[in-house]
Design a protein around this ligand. Structure first.
Ligand code: AMP
Ligand code: ZN
Length: 475
């Protein structure tokens, strides 16, 4: 039997940190709401997937066998998270003049390429909403049988008053909310919080994304897809469900209502939510705001995507994190510093093996993993890692072994770091040294010009107190 370490996680449902007790002792079932594939993911979206990757890696490091499922939303997500606006896929179809399946495939592929650049491990199951329409219809039929639905104006609605605890995740007080509710845009709804399970007589009758159903030709609501797909792949009860903090009040609230309305039993034990990536004005980074930053922008600026991973690790996953290019280039420099320290260790440790672990090293190791086992405290774990790097009471080989071990959660790719100096062509090294001189002379124009020339040769420069170092651009 495998032994597992106790893991404590913040549960949005109870608003407290709880010890994880999975339904089967050594296995954890995890569902994460995936991307709506109508556009590129921005770095804010990717922060949420980084948090989920950290959780998945932590659970595995704690000895659990993990079933990690993520959906791809390729239908049903309207421009608002509730029932108003157009389907986001239709917006993309009009914008790009392509079929929805092509758009979904294109943006899904890029999404997974972005994730790979950030060393995010692909979930065990990735499932598309459009491939699960029969499961969604079956779930709506179950809800219908339990008296949780009504049909109005051609659409099938979930009646939030058909269950006793609607809104428990967000701690909504329906009576107060309804008393103060503004006039609802959808006149067919009995209660303002009711939501659509299946659209038929929709505002978008001639759209491509439609299927036959017992209620007429149409398409599913967004929330039903996560209930149907998670239950199909993980069962009717499972351990952890994740998403961004914006999902608490509508999407996850409605997912719980549907799932528990259908099965009549508790659905998910622990709900975890990642904090927002915000801009300098503390506003959520959002696609609707336009001008969002994606992986492509980082690469164009010559920044190693892993620096963004490190930047995210520097804040607790629940806290808002501010994005700016200055903060990111600070993280890029820290990453370089870390790489150099690890390369020195690799050189020092060459030929010698760590052998059995000393008690001092085991103590550091336990400290590091405890940080993650205690609600994924990455900033504290990073502090332990920096301490381990300079811990002279243990051998270089042991320090290196620790850092490589820590990387199973940090995911910075330490095992693959190699000395690069010799790989940089002489022409690039010459330009870097000319740029150093220009910077010393405060000739910023010339320095920028040289940076562009270096970039054109496929390299970027990271500045250190002793001068710039060229690094190959990620392709
Ligand atoms: P979407 O593709 O819009 O469904 O969003 C994908 C994921 O990104 C969801 O879990 C959202 O909660 C999350 N998300 C959206 N904006 C941000 C942001 N600024 N910071 C962190 N997560 C975000
Ligand atoms: Zn979802």
């Amino acid at each position: 039997m495998t032994t597992t370490s106790p893991v404590r996680l913040y549960n949005t449902l109870s608003r407290s940190v709880e010890t994880l007790h999975p339904l089967s002792p050594s296995q954890v079932k995890l569902y994460c709401c995936g991307p709506t594939v109508y556009n590129f993911a921005h770095v804010g979206n990717l922060r949420t997937y980084l948090f989920e990757d950290l959780l998945a890696r932590t659970l595995r490091a704690a000895g659990y066998q993990l079933s990690h499922v993520m959906n791809i939303t390729d239908v049903g997500h309207l421009v608002s998270d509730a029932d108003s606006g157009e389907d986001k896929m239709l917006v993309a179809m009009r914008r790009e003049g392509r079929k929805s399946a092509e758009i979904a495939e294109f943006y899904s592929n890029i999404f997974f390429e972005d994730c790979a650049k950030l060393n995010i491990i692909r979930p065990d199951v990735v499932c598309n909403a459009t491939a699960h329409i029969p499961e969604m219809i079956a779930l709506i039929q179950r809800l219908e049988k339990n008296g949780c639905t009504y049909v109005a104006g051609g659409n099938v609605y979930f009646d939030v008053h058909s269950i006793s605890d609607y809104g428990k995740l967000a701690r909504l007080d329906l009576s107060k909310l309804e008393a103060g509710a503004r006039i609802e845009i959808d006149a067919h709804k009995k209660n303002p919080h009711d939501f659509v399970l299946w659209f038929t007589k929709s505002k978008f009758e001639n759209q491509e994304l439609q299927w036959e159903s017992p209620w007429g030709r149409g398409y599913p609501g967004w929330h039903i897809e996560c209930s149907a797909m998670s239950m199909k792949h993980l069962g009717e009860e499972f351990d952890i469900h994740c998403g961004g903090v914006d999902h608490i009040s509508v999407h996850h609230t409605n997912e719980i209502a549907q799932s528990e309305g259908a099965t009549g039993k508790p659905w998910v034990n622990i709900w975890m939510h990642g904090g927002f990536l915000v801009n300098e004005n503390k506003e959520k980074m959002a696609k609707s705001a336009g001008g969002f930053i994606g992986m492509k922008d980082l690469i164009e600026k010559g920044i190693d995507p892993v620096a963004y991973r490190l930047m995210c690790l520097s804040a607790h996953y629940k806290m808002p994190l501010a994005f700016s290019w200055e903060i990111l280039s600070g993280a890029a420099q820290t990453l370089e510093k870390l790489k150099r320290a690890v390369l020195v260790l690799k050189a020092e440790a060459q030929g010698s093996t760590a052998g059995g672990m000393s008690s001092a090293a085991s103590e550091i190791r336990a400290k590091f993993f405890d940080c993650f086992f205690n609600d994924l405290n990455a900033p504290q774990a990073l502090a332990v890692m920096w301490g381990a790097l300079s811990e002279k009471s243990i051998s270089a080989a042991e320090r290196l072994a620790l850092i490589l071990d820590f990387d199973c959660i940090l995911g910075l790719g330490a095992a693959g770091w190699r000395e690069q100096v010799d790989e940089v062509p002489a022409q690039v090294r010459q330009l870097v040294s000319e740029r150093d001189n220009a910077r010393q002379a405060k000739d910023w124009k010339q320095s920028d010009l040289l940076r562009d020339q270096i970039k054109a040769l496929g390299y970027t420069v990271v500045d250190f107190p002793d001068g710039g170092k060229a690094r190959k651009l990620a392709s």
